[in-house]
Design a binder for this molecule. Structure first.
Ligand SMILES: [Ca+2]
Length: 536
């Protein structure tokens, strides 16, 4: 109780000062034990609420199930997020029966760094996973992942498809098969491999993405860059959905719901789409005639883009060669793959209906990073703009109010402590989670939460760091600690972030105070020896 009381006092002090993270480090040191526990149990836990008695009454056998659904590279423009042109009826229905977070942010806007962060509960500064070639276990061999933590506390855990960033050649390692899951699998399509190569006139070494081998036969498609960018192609496949790996991922997850044997379960389904290569059954492409699509246009008077804000190099150069038709086909393919993914989400939701599982299951739907579809002439991810940092994020089911929207910023790294909090799972020992439980926002979606979210990316071989903080009103980004430029955007009056206000003297104090927030982030670990302060 003393710990909770202390945390409560800290919470009130933080809220009073307006910048939740701007409390000084001496206070952190004083409350090390208390804050450590509060972090894993959730700051919100300090305040009593009707839900306290509800969750405290949970017995081990009655703890809720968790269904975690991850879509790869899904940006924040699905139907329920205000895009009338894309068809996502199942994601929309989940939002209608649950809580839609309108400001959920990734901690690094690329697959592996993002997933390594929210599945370990640590920030990219701590994991030091900044690319898609680093397995988090190599950097943090003893870290306890989110599903592993549930498993250690009595849950049946199962993960299918791309949950962790996976590499087919070594799925057991990259998928964390031994530590995190009772059961896991990633579907491969060896039989379709030859047909695929034949259809695309390629050799196995031509493609960097291992996913290609799992697709059924492509009957229509093309590379939009004349094969310069190997990943940049779309393909419409023949046959039913059931040939697709993502369909089988959903099937695996549905089957797992009956395998827990009375234990509560944590099941994750990671869909590969709408990530490139943009391949899915032809009927989804047919939903989007090119003439029905409208391309985004940057305004003529927008601020000059800073040199590091959009990655330079071959990808950018190729995007500038896109014809109108190329752009429309890119958008159609992304939309088609999004609707295909939505259909697989629908199958999972239907399975919950059929098994009457909604009352004791927490459902989370999320993207792992956003995506540009032409904004700032960029057709990819790895930026610090809202289109790339913000993701769809919907919770529904056990303990979640229906049909509500939460405007408060949350970070994906908050999911780990939030789920521990909601399910009364024991936090990992010797591992301080970087996020905060947002359980209070489930109870009061109009709450302010912690008020901010951080995202980072790196540029170039020297790993120049770009860091960004998003509050409800502003986004402040600095490159190489400001040496390579600063951006400030007014998210209320300029939601597309077209007009950089950082050099306007009127906002100098605001820029200073927002930049100071980066001082609350963990120090970037430089080498494995320095990681000892994160884990024993
Ligand atoms: Ca991704």
């Amino acid at each position: 109780m003393k710990i909770d009381n202390f945390t409560s006092i800290v919470c009130r002090a933080i809220r009073k000062c307006g910048f939740p993270m701007l409390f000084n480090r001496s206070l952190q040191a004083l409350g090390l034990l208390a804050l450590g526990m509060a972090t894993v149990r959730g700051l919100a836990h300090a305040e009593s609420s009707p839900a306290d008695s509800r969750t405290e009454a949970l017995t081990a056998a009655k703890r809720p199930n968790v269904l975690l659904i991850i879509a790869d590279d899904l940006r924040d423009r699905v139907g329920c997020y205000g895009n009338p042109y894309i068809k996502t009826p199942n994601i929309d229905s989940l939002a209608a029966r649950g809580l839609r977070f309108d400001h959920a942010y990734v901690q690094y806007s690329v697959c592996d760094p993002s997933r390594s962060s929210f599945l370990t509960g640590l920030r990219p500064e701590q994991t030091r996973v900044w690319d898609n070639q680093t397995c988090f276990r190599d950097n943090l061999p003893n870290v306890i992942t989110l599903p592993q933590c549930f498993r250690q506390d009595g849950y049946y855990t199962a993960g299918y498809g791309k949950v962790f960033h996976t590499v087919t050649a070594n799925f057991a390692k990259w998928g964390d098969a031994t530590n995190s899951w009772n059961d896991c699998r990633e579907v491969q399509f060896d039989a379709a491999k030859a047909a695929y190569f034949d259809a695309m006139k390629k050799k196995p070494g031509d493609l960097h993405d291992e996913d290609f081998s799992r697709e059924p036969q492509i009957v229509e498609g093309r590379n939009l860059t004349k094969n310069v960018l190997k990943w940049c192609y779309w393909g419409a496949t023949a046959g039913p959905d059931s040939l697709e790996p993502d369909y089988q991922t959903a099937s695996d997850a549905i089957a797992a719901m009956g395998k827990a044997g009375g234990q509560p379960w944590f099941i994750a389904a990671g869909f590969h789409r709408p990530h490139d290569p943009f391949i899915c059954p032809k009927k989804y492409f047919d939903l989007y005639p090119l003439s029905s699509l409208k391309l985004y246009q940057d305004p003529d008077d927008m601020s000059k883009t800073l040199s590091l804000a959009i990655p330079s190099g071959l990808d950018f150069d190729e995007f500038q060669k896109f014809s109108t038709e190329d752009k429309l086909e890119f958008m159609r393919a992304y939309y088609a793959c999004t609707t295909f993914t939505d259909t697989q989400v629908g199958r999972l939701l239907q399975a919950l209906d059929e098994r009457n599982l909604w009352t004791n299951t927490i459902v989370i739907f999320m993207g792992d990073n956003g995506y540009h579809l032409g904004e700032r002439k960029w057709w990819n991810k790895v930026t610090l703009f809202d289109r790339c940092c913000r993701v769809p994020y919907i919770l529904a089911g056990f303990g979640v109010q229906s049909g509500r929207v939460c405007e408060a910023p949350v970070e994906l790294v908050d999911m780990y402590p939030t789920l521990l909090d909601l399910c009364q799972v024991k936090p990992p020992t010797n591992q301080t989670l970087a996020g905060q439980s947002f359980r209070s926002l489930l109870e009061n979606p109009d709450g302010l939460g912690k008020g901010h979210a951080f995202t980072m990316v790196t540029r170039g071989k020297n790993d120049l760091v770009g860091r960004s903080v998003r509050t409800s009103r502003w986004r402040l980004t600095e490159w190489d600690e400001g040496r390579k430029g600063i951006e400030l955007y007014d998210e209320v009056n300029d939601p597309q972030e077209n007009y950089n206000l950082a050099d306007n003297p009127k906002y100098s104090d605001l820029v200073k105070s927002l930049r100071a927030m980066f001082g609350t982030l963990p120090k970037i670990t430089q080498n494995p020896n320095e990681r000892s302060h994160i884990l024993p």
